[in-house]
Write a protein that binds this ligand. Structure first.
Ligand SMILES: [Zn+2]
Length: 393
């Protein structure tokens, strides 16, 4: 996808009319799936349907008739399609430059919106999932002031996507922080509870779920990768899942913040640690986004943006919608994404030409080398600025 005006999502150059309509249907369904899952879980869609869902069904029926496919007979059937019909299915025809072929909106094991779904639901439209996360953080910053208090609250949220009753008596618990952030948590949805138990992933810290017919994995009990799903979606399975024995006493951070704060925060922490280790000075950019500037990293302005996005085309589109203002911006993503086949190429290809010169995709473990490369500006070895460090609350 190339740069386009925010609010007008489409398949990009070369897409024909059917592909454009299919892409718009895919993006509309992403927003419906994300919104409905937030309300009552994808497993239990029931009447009455929200207007947006009915509108998506109508749009799907029209599109199917236009392309000669049998239309869905109901919204539940359309939602089942979201589990099995991929972005490159004839139904959608989403260009590979926007969404990686083979992607679905609902995870076939977890039966929850995929990360692709949440990213697609944030694309080009006001009020998307990512926007909600930014709004919630902005409101928090307004209540705290953009200072140390906000930094502590943001760090707490990122490190505590799930809060159990016992956490409140554990080390590092801050009542003053909890008082400010409590409203950003909600009860653990019943759709995440199986046999009276819930689980969370030890790697990403986010909720997990056994697949259909699967059982809650007890400590020490091995579970096949394809029998369990976690919201991080790509975590290694070499450690036991953490059992949540009192799910009714457990709170979980809002979904938008789990996707757009908790996941990239791990990248942010690793990147800042790498900078501090190399003695590279940095400071937080104004606002609540977690961006940083490097005041002495060579000629011109240099900054950092941290992301954990499974779709490089949508990430490029996001950056193209509101391009960073710095002369050079390091776009830091998890090492597994930077190393994924085709990720870097897809990201670069999806950027508008002028941004390709200014944006450098990298991972935390390669950041310092990139900053020191001829195209990345020089390394400064001044004392680290503590403004952006990520100590826990
Ligand atoms: Zn995980």
């Amino acid at each position: 996808m190339r740069a386009r005006t925010a609010g007008r999502p489409g398949p990009g150059p070369g897409g024909d009319e059917a592909s454009t309509a299919g892409t718009r249907l895919f993006l509309a369904l992403a927003r419906v799936v994300a919104a409905m899952a937030e309300i009552r879980g994808v497993r239990s869609f029931t009447l009455p349907y929200p207007n947006a869902a009915q509108h998506a069904l109508d749009r799907a029926v029209t599109h199917c008739l236009d392309i000669g496919e049998a239309p869905p007979r109901s919204l539940p059937e359309l939602l089942r399609w979201c589990r099995v019909r991929t972005s490159d299915d004839r139904l959608f025809g989403v260009p590979a430059s926007l969404v990686t072929p083979g992607s679905t909106l609902v995870h076939p094991v977890g039966l929850f919106p995929t990360r692709t779904c949440l990213e697609a639901a944030s694309h080009g439209e006001p009020g998307g999932v990512e926007r909600e996360a930014h709004t919630l953080l902005g409101d928090l910053a307004d209540r705290c002031g953009y200072d140390e208090r906000f930094r502590r609250c943001r760090s707490f949220l990122a490190r505590h996507p799930v809060v159990q009753q016992r956490d409140r008596f554990g080390p590092g618990w801050s009542t003053s922080v909890w008082t400010r952030v409590r409203g950003l948590y909600q009860p653990l949805p019943t759709s995440l509870v199986v046999d009276g138990l819930a689980v969370r992933c030890p790697v990403c810290g986010l909720p997990a779920l056994p697949g259909r017919g699967g059982r809650t994995p007890l400590p020490g009990q091995r579970t096949a990768d394809d029998e369990i799903w976690c919201e991080g979606e790509s975590c290694p399975r070499d450690a036991d899942f953490e059992l949540i024995r009192e799910p009714e006493e457990t709170l979980v951070l809002r979904r938008s913040l789990r996707a757009f704060l908790v996941l990239p925060y791990r990248v942010e922490t690793a990147a800042l640690k790498a900078l501090a280790g190399a003695g590279i000075e940095y400071g937080a950019l104004p606002g609540s986004s977690g961006g940083y500037h490097l005041p002495a990293a060579g000629t011109g302005t240099v900054d950092l943006r941290m992301y954990d996005r499974t779709q490089p085309g949508l990430l490029a589109a996001r950056l193209a919608e509101s391009p960073p203002l710095a002369d050079r911006t390091f776009v830091v993503v998890p090492p597994r994404l930077a190393a994924r086949d085709g990720y870097r190429a897809a990201f670069t290809a999806a950027l508008p030409g002028p941004l390709r010169e200014r944006l450098v995709l990298t991972a935390p473990d390669d950041l310092v080398r990139r900053i020191g490369s001829p195209t990345g500006g020089g390394i400064q070895t001044d004392r680290p600025n503590q403004e952006g460090t990520t100590d826990d609350a």
